[in-house]
Design a protein around this ligand. Structure first.
Ligand SMILES: Nc1nc2c(ncn2[C@@H]2O[C@H](COP(=O)(O)OP(=O)(O)OP(=O)(O)O)[C@@H](O)[C@H]2O)c(=O)[nH]1
Ligand SMILES: [Mg+2]
Length: 365
């Protein structure tokens, strides 16, 4: 049984996955989103944050995880079996009432866009080798166990964000349902996601050289989605072992017990597929964003060129012409950078990951 909370289980990974990250180190950004009170902060606390709360001495349990009121960003450095893992955790306020729903949507979307923007600027700048990748690689989206599938809010939100971030659906508070109810709810959610054309993160097929154990684990994980988890901020003792758990009048549940909770599977999913989540962010979601951004710049400049200048004052005319010139120059610069990017791509992909310096390979990972 590993130490609780601050370990995500690299030690249990197959050797080849472990080796891949051993030299380079690894950074990863994860976000939690969903209605207020569904247990987002609690789950984050279970996955990563136990020791971030150490400084809060003798706080009552209920204060360990308070209601989130704004976007909270925390960074955690984990050293596990020789691998340096830097996790950035983005905890968002849940949408609890109709008034703040729109604000919460906007807040989260703006955050994701801002990270894309920053990355785009950095990529277009001179210091391309040292870009820090703060893009959100994974969004755990929380769904209520007591509804009858997805709410309108869930659908609206996921539709708005599925092309910007990898969505991983989570049914929270799985202790509220029987195994059969959970099974039916999972099926219903998957059906509804399909009906609404919402793209959730798809785990790629295993490589042909993966061993049987890896394939089995991967299959199990795929079949568990949406992950139905139980979270807790308290430690309990189960069969003489200390673990995180929930205490009920009829007994105690260990949140890692796979009979009741997919928490352990979620952890394995994260450790096995962090790189896939990063790849999908870089190669699909960010590329979409970039293409749209470049198209927008192009359209703006056409609109400006065709604008009627006859009614403008001389100063306005001069200003508009100058703006047009600046835009044209920006466009040229972007085209040059794009050409440079394409011409350098085969060289960087030919380099092995180990040859790259820890900061240089952000967009090649
Ligand atoms: N029964 C049950 N309760 C849970 C579980 N996880 C969290 N809770 C409880 O649910 C309440 C809300 O949890 P939070 O983690 O604060 O919820 P949140 O989604 O972060 O809420 P906001 O910050 O308001 O968006 C707390 O009282 C938790 O103890 C669970 O798996 N089962
Ligand atoms: Mg919270």
């Amino acid at each position: 049984m590993p130490a609780i909370g601050n370990e995500i289980g690299f030690a249990t990974l197959p050797q080849h996955v472990h080796r891949k990250y051993a030299k380079k180190g690894f950074d990863f950004t994860i976000m939690v989103v969903g209605e207020s009170g569904l247990g987002k902060s609690t789950l984050i606390n279970c996955l990563f944050l136990a020791d971030l709360y150490k400084s809060r001495k003798m706080v009552p349990v209920e204060e360990l995880v308070e209601r989130t009121v704004f976007i909270e960003k925390k960074q955690l450095d984990i050293l596990e079996k020789g691998i340096k893992l830097k996790v950035t955790i983005i905890d968002t306020p849940g949408y609890g009432d109709a008034i703040n729903t729109k604000n919460s949507f906007q807040l989260v979307e703006n955050y994701i866009d801002d990270q894309f923007n920053q990355y785009f600027k950095d990529e277009s700048g001179l210091n391309r080798k040292n870009i820090v990748d703060n893009r959100v690689h994974c969004c755990l989206y929380f769904i209520s166990p007591i509804g009858r599938g997805l709410t309108q809010l869930d659908v609206q939100f996921m539709k708005r964000l599925h092309q910007k971030v990898n969505i991983v659906p989570i049914i929270s508070k799985a202790d509220a349902l029987t195994p059969n109810e959970l099974h039916l709810l999972k099926k219903k959610i998957l059906k509804e996601l399909e009906e609404h054309n919402i793209n959730i993160f798809r785990i790629p097929e295993c490589d042909s050289d993966e061993d049987e154990e890896f394939r089995r684990k991967d299959r199990e994980i795929k079949d568990s989605i949406p992950f139905a988890v139980i979270g807790s901020t308290i430690q309990v003792e189960v069969n003489g072992r200390k673990t995180r758990g929930r205490v009920y009048p009829w007994g105690v549940i260990d949140i890692q017990d796979e009979q009741y909770s997919d928490f352990a599977k979620l952890k394995t999913f994260l450790s096995l597929h962090m790189q896939d989540l990063k790849d999908a962010t870089n190669e699909v979601l960010y590329e979409n964003y970039r293409a749209m951004f470049l198209a927008k710049i192009g359209n703006d400049s056409i609109r400006l060129t065709t604008k009627d200048l006859s009614s403008a004052t001389p100063t306005d005319k001069l200003l508009q012409l100058k703006e047009e010139e600046i835009r044209r120059m920006q466009e040229q610069l972007l085209q040059m950078q794009e050409a440079l990017r394409q011409s350098s791509a085969p060289v960087s992909s030919a380099q092995s990951a180990d040859e790259l310096s820890p900061q240089s390979g952000k967009d090649d990972e």
